[in-house]
Design a protein around this ligand. Structure first.
Ligand code: NDP
Ligand code: OXD
Length: 313
């Protein structure tokens, strides 16, 4: 008999077309919460992105919790999360590449002045313009130099930008200057013409994109947030944009999501909004991730990408 895996709220595109047979090929019997009846005592594995608080605790024989996202803040907000169980997060090359594509695309659009040329085209005008700054003089910093932050920085390497990253521990990444810890944050920020947030949302990083941080960025800097909406203090961003200190912002993530219809972020002239699509979990990759995770758990092999619950990521 296959072990049972309970899914909650994992509405990936193509998800509904999967059959019990497809899941059995991954080594488990899939049970869909809120759609199928189940005995909580039968559930060995659990998978979600943002589970209902208390649900995981109701599964007495659970072995492993799988996160369908790279970020696990949706799990850690549950005060009843059983802390003795392993929480495994989704680390996937397709997702990492898509995150890098998103950030590279937006930085190049701004750097190359594409909005100016779009407007000129709309007006039928042949308007040439030099770049405001050569790439060799343009400084791009990653707040967070983990799996995604370092991949983004590495993707930017061929363009001759000055690249850096900030993390808790110092990193050795060729071509990318490493800043570490609270004490080096001001130095890091002072040299970011683009500041890209790719931090996990934890008690230490909640609200980190605030007035104090913006004030430490060079005049005209851009802020790109692809991490979590909880990192951003919205009013502080709007004030820093309206004062002219910041050049613009690209936001993919919000608190709450979907972004409220009356949010001022939607129509601000210096803000680009996308609906949490920098990278969406790929269904095939998700299936491979669960198959491998369940295989390891069943065979007693060590699990990969286990979250440190005390650290929060
Ligand atoms: P990782 O855990 O691999 O990396 C996190 C990085 O943040 C590490 O470099 C870590 O430092 C650093 N960090 C954490 N806390 C602090 C702190 N207090 N001070 C300084 N640095 C800190 O995460 P990923 O790169 O895989 O993912 C990052 C986030 O991206 C996710 O948590 C998620 O929120 C978001 N995301 C968004 C998506 C989207 O579609 N918009 C898609 C996927 C992810 P150190 O290396 O020293 O530990
Ligand atoms: C993730 C996300 O954390 O999609 O993977 O935001």
């Amino acid at each position: 008999m296959l072990p049972k895996l309970l899914f909650q709220g994992v509405g990936l595109p193509g998800w509904n077309a999967l059959t019990k047979k497809d899941w059995a090929a991954c080594g488990f019997e899939a049970v869909i919460a809120n759609r199928e009846e189940y005995d909580p005592a039968d559930i060995r594995y659990f998978c979600s992105f943002r589970p209902t608080p208390g649900l995981i605790k109701s599964l007495p024989n659970l072995k492993v919790i799988f996160s369908m996202g790279a970020g696990v803040d949706g799990f850690l907000r549950d005060p009843e999360l059983p802390r003795h169980l392993p929480l495994v997060r989704f680390v996937d090359s397709t997702l990492i590449h898509e995150m890098a594509q998103y950030v590279v695309m937006h930085i190049l659009m701004v750097h190359r002045g594409q909005r100016f040329f779009d407007q000129a085209q709309k007006e039928g005008q042949w308007r040439q313009r030099m770049l405001e700054r050569a790439s060799r003089d343009t400084r791009i910093g990653m707040l967070g130099l983990g799996d995604i932050g370092s991949a983004i920085a590495e993707s930017l390497l061929p363009f001759d930008f000055q690249l850096s990253g900030w993390s808790r521990r110092r990193k050795e990444v060729p071509g990318i200057k490493s800043f570490a810890g609270e004490e080096e944050l001001p130095q890091f920020l002072a040299q970011c013409d683009y500041c890209v947030c790719v931090l996990p949302l934890t008690k230490d990083t909640q609200g980190i994109l605030n007035a104090k941080l913006f004030a430490q960025l060079p005049a005209g800097a851009w802020v790109i947030n692809v991490a979590r909406g909880g990192h951003l203090v919205t009013e502080d961003l709007i004030a820093a944009l309206d004062s002219g200190h910041l050049g613009g912002a690209v936001l993919d993530v919000f608190q709450p999501e979907p972004l409220a219809a009356d949010s001022p972020l939607w129509h601000h002239p210096k803000i680009t909004v996308t609906p949490h699509v920098a990278a969406l979990t790929d269904l095939k990759a998700a299936m491979a991730f669960l198959k491998e995770g369940v295989r390891r758990a069943e065979s007693g092999e060590p699990l990969l990408h286990k979250v440190d619950l005390d650290r929060g990521y």
